[in-house]
Design a binder for this molecule. Structure first.
Ligand SMILES: [Zn+2]
Length: 124
């Protein structure tokens, strides 16, 4: 005889069993599983009787103090241009082509000249 697993008995107790009739039928015949179900019910009843611990009035403040140091001062930049759509500097020479490294952060300060100069340096 195949006995019920603990999971099956818990599901049966919580009325979430996929085969409630089959479990009930087995329980009617099997004292071992009935005993196991009683043990599970005793454990769950004891858990239900446990009081929910009171976290205290300053719980929120204590949690915040713990996580605040882990937060970065500035949030990371939330957008990145999709790959392949990065705008290329207008003056990029064709000989450099795809080897040009476009640096948006540097270009935003002094325009595309910075990028173009770098491209020229690496050109043959
Ligand atoms: Zn059984």
């Amino acid at each position: 005889m195949k006995h019920m697993t603990e999971e099956e008995l818990i599901a049966y107790r919580e009325s979430m069993s996929a085969q409630p009739a089959g479990v009930a039928e087995h329980l009617a015949e099997c004292g071992e599983c009935r005993g196991e179900l009683q043990r599970i019910e005793a454990v769950l009843a004891a858990l239900d009787a446990l009081p929910i611990p009171d976290p205290g009035e300053d719980y929120g403040r204590r949690v915040w103090q713990k996580i605040a140091p882990r937060l970065t001062e500035k949030p990371a930049r939330w957008w990145q241009p999709p790959r392949g759509t990065t705008p290329k500097p207008v003056a990029t020479t064709t000989s450099v082509g795809k080897s040009t490294i476009f640096a948006p952060s540097a270009a935003s300060h002094d325009g595309t000249d910075h990028v173009r100069n770098r491209s020229m340096d690496s050109a043959p």
